[in-house]
Structures are given as structure tokens and as C-alpha cells.
Design a protein around this ligand. Structure first.
Ligand code: TYD
Ligand code: MG
Length: 393
């Protein structure tokens, strides 16, 4: 077919009714598209999809919820808890052929499959959850969705090491892959798009798990900094980016004399290798002696940061903990550290500064930049030594 003769009809979108979710999707669900929602067990995948199903159902969109994992009673009691009931039909079934036949008979607009690991094709070898079964049953339902313009939402569990026959082997057959991140021990949940044929992958959705389901968190910085105590040594505020959204998080460090032959270095929420590198830079380029100390580092609120811009706030928190001198409580920081101790620029500096100003911070510390606009005072740190001089003297 000549490319030029292909007719382009704009994709037919409809919102889920949950703003944070629609944002990650690039403006809602697309008809006939397949979305995979991955995440560790217990993170909230079923809750989110049941809430979305409830919101769709309440607007008159017919939804079928295939519960392969839980009994209809369990789903009902969760639905009551989160206030979703109207317009959802439950189908307790794991046989992919029966699911397909039922969908074609009932014609819902949206089908939720919870979860892909329970699906089974009796014509194939292998137990449910094996690579062969997961691939074949999903392929069958994807074909059904494409042919009949049904929006298919598939739940897939990933384990901590991400090795099972789940979302990973399906990423290429679906249109959109969302990953649900967060720490089951903390309330915050981040939904991130790892792939999206109908939108960008830079948007994220932020939720909080509450007694009555997932609540949207419009201003995550407020919540993340709510418990911060100003004026304590070892605490720095980091202006980070989650996708295209700025976010302020607290980086904490604890430095104590060691009683071990090999000092302990432990980090939560920050990659260990990154912390070790920052420790080495501090020791060598700023003369902060840490060799005889145990070091603990964490990001408050269960957030995980992986961007290099955390280097500077991390170094400040560590030096502040080591010297037992608090950082100015109205200051935020960001910047990558080079191995020579230089502070390097990072993307989205303007957005970071705007968020800092919005949250009422009066000072920011970071790399050189043109016309910094945000908090009243912008302190340029060209090196880690300069940054320490400005922040803790
Ligand atoms: P769930 O959605 O079942 O996780 P997944 O489908 O990803 O395995 O729920 C995750 C956890 O959230 C569960 O342990 C209970 C908790 N939870 C709440 O705290 N509040 C609620 O309203 C609901 C429905 C669940
Ligand atoms: Mg579940």
C-alpha cells in the first residue's frame, strides 16, 4: 500500500477519569490499544485498575474485569472500599479462549485482565505464568483487542529482581507499558511510562495509597517535605526531576565513627555506586575525611532518585553530617559532580528552580547557569569545595 494513500484518522481517546493516570497515558486511553501495567505484588495495580474501571463505569463506559487472581467476593469488597461499583462486570476466568468468547459476546469497551500470569491456554503445554503461556494468551487477547477496537488493560507482576516471565516478555507486543514503582512500606506510588506508542514517556503519575484506594498527589513536594525538620545536620533538599515534573525531596546522611574493619556504606533510594563515588570525591577534592566512618544515606519518603543531579545535595548532606553543621534550611541544591570535584550542569535547571521558589525556598545552590530565575538567591558553585564553603563554611 502506498504510504501516502493510508488514511489517517486521529486516534480515538477517552479519559480514565483519573487525572494522574490520563497524564501518563498521554491524554487517556486509546480505543483498540493495549496497556500493560507492571509492578511488584502488593504495589497497587489491581487497586488502580479497579478505580479506573469504576470511574469509566460511572460515566457509562462498559468495562469487563477479568479476575483470575482473586475471587469475585474479594474484588467486590475492594470495590466497596474504593467506592467503585457502577458499570463493571466481573469475569472470574483464566482460560483465554473463554475470556475471548465472553468478551465478543458481551462487547465491553474496556477489558481489564488481572493478571496475565494467571491466564491459561489449554491447547498449550506449560503452567500458567510460564513464558509460553503468557506470550500465547496475551497475543490472543491483543489480536482480539485490535480487531474489535477494544481497549485492553493487562496487569503483570514483576518480582524484585524483575526476572519472571511477566511484563518483560510482553513489552514488545503491547502499545503502552506502565510501571508502578514505589515502596510497599511507603505511601507514595509513581506510575511511569516505559513505552508509549500514543504519547511521551516523560510523564509520570504520582499517587498515595490511602485507606480508600489510591489518591492523586498533585503537589508531591508538599507531602515529601512535610516531615522535614529544618536545622538538623545531615539533611539537604534536592530539586529533582521525575520525568518532566520537578520534585523536591530530602536527602539524608548519617556519619558515625566505625567499629568495623571495613566501614559500612549503606544507601536507600540512591544507587550505592553513586554514593561511593560522591564519598571519594568529598574525601579527595574537598578534604572531608570519611575513611574511619560508617555512612548511611537515604531519600525520605521512599522515593528513588537515579539522576546524577543528586551528587551535589548528597555531598552537602554527607559533609554536613560529618561536620555536624546543619545546612541553611531554606536552601535547595542540585548538580552533578565530576571526578575532579567540578559541579556540572544538569537538564531542567529552570524547572527545578521554579519548584523551589513555589515551595518557598529562598536560596538555591547549583552549577553555573544563565539568568537563574527562582529563589531570591542563586549561589553558583563551580567546585564541591566552593559549594561546601558557601553552605556550611
Ligand atoms: P493491590 O492493588 O492488590 O496490589 P497489586 O494488585 O499490585 O498486587 O493492593 C496493594 C496494597 O494496597 C494491599 O496490600 C492493600 C493496600 N490497600 C490500601 O492500603 N488501601 C486500599 O484502599 C486498597 C484497596 C488496598
Ligand atoms: Mg492484584
Amino acid at each position: 500500500m502506498p504510504l501516502a494513500e493510508v488514511s489517517v484518522s486521529p486516534e480515538m481517546r477517552f479519559p480514565s477519569g483519573i487525572g494522574e493516570l490520563d497524564g501518563v497515558l498521554g491524554g487517556g486511553f486509546v480505543r483498540g490499544s493495549v496497556v500493560l501495567i507492571g509492578g511488584e505484588p502488593g504495589i497497587g495495580k489491581s487497586t488502580l485498575l479497579l478505580q479506573a474501571a469504576g470511574a469509566l463505569g460511572a460515566r457509562g463506559v462498559p468495562v469487563m474485569y477479568v479476575c483470575g487472581e482473586e475471587s469475585v467476593q474479594q474484588v467486590r469488597s475492594r470495590a466497596d472500599r474504593i467506592g467503585a461499583s457502577a458499570g463493571i462486570c466481573l469475569l472470574p476466568e483464566v482460560d483465554a479462549a473463554v475470556i475471548e468468547a465472553t468478551v465478543l459476546a458481551e462487547r465491553p469497551q474496556v477489558v481489564v485482565v488481572d493478571s496475565v500470569q494467571t491466564l491459561f491456554d489449554p491447547g498449550l503445554d506449560g503452567v500458567p505464568g510460564s513464558v509460553g503461556q503468557v506470550r500465547a494468551t496475551t497475543a490472543r487477547l491483543v489480536r482480539m483487542a485490535k480487531t474489535h477496537d477494544i481497549t485492553l488493560l493487562v496487569v503483570g507482576h514483576v518480582t524484585k529482581d524483575g526476572t519472571i516471565a511477566g511484563p518483560r516478555v510482553l513489552e514488545h507486543v503491547v502499545d503502552t507499558v506502565l510501571y508502578f514503582e514505589g515502596d510497599a512500606d511507603h505511601a507514595f506510588r509513581i506510575v511511569r511510562a516505559a513505552k508509549n506508542r500514543f504519547g511521551s514517556v516523560s510523564d509520570i503519575g504520582i499517587f498515595e495509597m490511602t485507606e480508600s484506594g489510591l489518591a492523586e498527589v498533585g503537589q508531591p513536594s508538599n507531602a515529601l517535605l512535610a516531615e522535614r525538620e529544618g536545622g538538623v545536620a545531615g539533611s539537604a533538599v534536592f530539586a529533582t526531576m521525575e520525568g518532566s515534573r520537578p520534585l523536591l525531596v530530602e536527602v539524608q546522611a548519617l556519619v558515625t565513627p566505625t567499629y568495623l574493619q571495613v566501614p559500612r556504606r549503606l544507601s536507600v533510594g540512591i544507587e550505592n555506586a553513586r554514593m561511593l563515588q560522591v564519598l571519594a570525591i568529598l574525601e579527595r577534592r574537598a578534604g572531608v575525611a570519611l575513611g574511619a566512618c560508617d555512612v548511611y544515606v537515604s531519600v525520605a519518603g521512599g522515593v528513588r532518585v537515579s539522576e546524577p543531579a543528586v551528587d551535589l545535595p548528597l555531598a552537602l548532606a554527607l559533609a554536613s553530617a560529618r561536620k555536624d553543621v546543619p545546612l541553611p534550611s531554606d536552601a535547595v541544591a542540585f548538580g552533578e559532580l565530576g571526578l575532579t570535584g567540578d559541579v556540572r550542569s544538569v537538564p531542567h535547571a529552570a524547572a527545578r528552580l521554579r519548584e523551589a521558589a513555589r515551595m518557598g525556598f529562598g536560596r538555591a545552590l547549583g552549577p553555573r547557569m544563565k539568568e537563574p530565575d527562582g529563589p531570591k538567591e542563586y549561589v553558583v558553585a563551580r567546585t564541591i569545595a566552593e559549594a561546601l564553603g558557601a553552605a556550611i563554611g
